[in-house]
Design a protein around this ligand. Structure first.
Ligand SMILES: Nc1ncnc2c1ncn2[C@@H]1O[C@H](COP(=O)(O)OP(=O)(O)OP(=O)(O)O)[C@@H](O)[C@H]1O
Length: 550
């Protein structure tokens, strides 16, 4: 099932939750547009009074400054409220992305590249924030400002209004051209940055192989290529950024000059369109600079919006990925572990499964009864670990059924799954925290007694208790040897007292002596439990053998 979440729904939910803030933004936007129109009109009046030889009332001068202050105040209120709103959106989006990530199907989760994922959580979400702090709402405010100024100019100097009406579409086309090129360059840059950020963890992950094969230069070169691609894309963006603003400013200056020249001409026809009083001239110059400023920022805002759209598109793609179904069980909760009798603990009934189009398991059938201890063997890539993934409900079979006590494995609830299965893999995956946290995995239902018993069963008790802080020692990579980590892994599996243990080649990376220690711990923990283990080596085999053949 896929939750119908999209960037749009996250934004609407935030607007609904932040009603006061949203209302404040709307008032500040309207206030800023209206108040910005008034000062030039008052100024025109004052100048006309002075040129007519009458006294410019002190109150009017005060009002002019008060209006200027009010315009500044509403504009900064708008900016501040938009920044706060943008941060609320960022918070909501990151929470939703994390929620989505934790619900992804195993298949989708393993396909995520770390670099791309990070750029989605950080870069793409930031672009959506700028959509609000300096994008869509500022653009709407600027559009309202342009229209309102045009209307006022029309009543004061219709010739200038006509000039602006002719000029603005050209400016708009120029702006669009610049924006399109900037967007293309930004997408190129984002891809290159994604590749570069993915390259660092990839290098770290494979550092030993790189050193062994002497591939340091190759890795450096690849990183340089990604950085250069990003640099070239950034250069393109900077070029268009640098060209855009001067063109707008020069046009502003030319329009003012032309209108002033025309209004000073003696031609009566020209004067019917461009003639104006000294006060109106002052107001008009003011308005012209006011109309060019929003046109200039409109260009930047459209650019912000376009790059945010690319970010929104990528986030929506992520939101559209398939999720694990909400485990609404088809069975009564807490009944699976209790079932026994003739129902097999595990049954693979004519199971066919593969990743993408490649078939890994082809019509596989076998049963494991409660208390059985079996070992899966087969050539590498035969699908042994895949059987575990199906058992744990991480994947569903393409045909056939994987049943745990008669219930499809994928339908088992998460809390019940930990009571059913204890899984030990080839390597230990540490969680941040103490030795106790490694064993309990933060499950508060696992008592201290269970933790101690698990440590004792695996032979780790003395080692842990000899540490200064015992079970409360914070774990670091060098706290235990490889074999001891593996024993801790077995303790983790045993602590929840699961009905079944799954061992995936747990002695694969160990020397002979450590292997013996791990195997004897494994045998103690496996006593009276159902066990399925994967093994290439006969020494590690446990009970009945199920061989996977081609
Ligand atoms: N998440 C995945 N996406 C795509 N292919 C996968 C995935 N996991 C495993 N495979 C492929 O499926 C096949 C079976 O893998 P699996 O790990 O189950 O084999 P295995 O028998 O456990 O092998 P080994 O003994 O080497 O661990 C392999 O060819 C592997 O490359």
């Amino acid at each position: 099932m896929t939750r119908k979440k999209q960037v749009r729904t996250v934004i609407f939910d935030t607007v609904k939750k932040q009603k006061g803030l949203s209302l404040g933004i709307v008032s500040a936007v309207i206030g800023a547009v209206v108040f910005a129109l008034i000062p030039p009109l008052i100024l025109a009046d004052i100048v006309d009074s002075i040129t007519a030889g009458t006294d410019a009332a002190f109150a009017r001068i005060l009002l002019y400054f008060a209006m200027l202050a009010l315009t500044g105040f509403t504009e900064s209120a708008r900016e501040s409220l938009l920044v706060v709103f943008g941060q609320k959106i960022t918070h909501a989006l990151r929470s939703s992305l994390m929620d989505k990530f934790t619900h992804l199907t195993a298949d989708n989760m393993t396909k995520q590249e770390p670099g791309t994922l990070v750029s989605r959580f950080v870069g793409d979400v930031d672009t959506v924030e700028t959509l609000f702090s300096s994008g869509i709402i500022s653009m709407f405010a600027d559009a309202c400002r342009i229209i309102s100024i045009l209307v006022v100019i029309w009543f004061r100097n219709c010739g200038l209004a006509i000039v602006l009406l002719v000029l603005l579409p050209f400016l708009f086309c120029f702006t669009r051209h610049v924006q399109k090129n900037i967007l293309a360059a930004q997408i190129e840059n984002r891809k290159a940055v994604g590749r570069a950020s993915g390259h660092v963890p990839e290098t770290l992950h494979n550092i030993r192989t790189i050193h062994c094969l002497g591939k340091e230069k190759y890795m450096e070169k690849r990183y340089d290529t990604y950085i250069n691609e990003s640099y070239r894309a950034m250069e393109k963006t900077n070029f268009y950024d640098a060209v855009y603003s001067p063109v707008i400013l020069i046009t502003n200056a030319v329009v003012v000059a032309v209108v002033m020249l025309l209004s000073a001409s003696g031609n009566t026809t020209v004067l019917t369109l461009f003639g104006m009083s000294a006060g109106t001239a002052v107001a008009v110059i003011n308005y012209i600079s006011q109309i060019f400023t929003p046109v200039e920022s409109l260009g930047m805002e459209i650019q912000t919006i376009q790059s945010a759209l690319a970010g929104i598109h990528r986030i929506n793609e992520f939101f559209a990925l398939e999720e694990n179904p909400d485990t609404v069980p088809t069975h009564e909760p807490k009944t699976i572990t209790a079932r026994s009798g003739n129902v097999p603990f595990v049954e693979f009934r004519d199971v066919t499964f593969g990743y993408d189009k490649r078939v890994v398991l082809d019509h596989l059938s076998f049963k494991v009864m409660a208390g059985d201890q079996v070992t899966l063997t087969g050539r590498t890539g035969a699908g042994k670990s895949t059987i575990f993934k199906l058992l744990l409900g991480l994947y569903k079979p393409q045909s056939g059924e994987v049943l745990i006590h008669g219930v499809p494995a994928a339908d088992i609830r998460d809390d019940e799954r930990r009571r059913l299965f204890g899984c030990v893999e080839q390597t230990f995956h540490m969680v941040p925290g103490t030795v106790r946290d490694q064993i309990t995995l933060y499950d508060s239902t696992i008592s201290d007694e269970a933790v101690h018993t698990a440590a004792e069963l695996t032979g780790l008790k003395d080692t842990i208790e000899s540490m200064e802080k015992g079970y409360d020692t914070r774990c670091t990579d060098d706290l235990f040897s490889q074999g001891q980590w593996q024993l801790l892994s077995i303790a983790r599996a045993a602590a929840a007292a699961p009905s079944m243990l799954l061992f995936d080649e747990i002695t694969a990376n160990l020397d002979a002596e450590t292997e013996r220690a791990v195997l004897s711990a494994l045998k103690r923990v496996a006593e009276n439990r159902t066990v399925i283990s994967i093994s290439h080596r006969t020494s590690a085999e446990l009970g009945r053998i199920i061989a996977l053949t081609d």
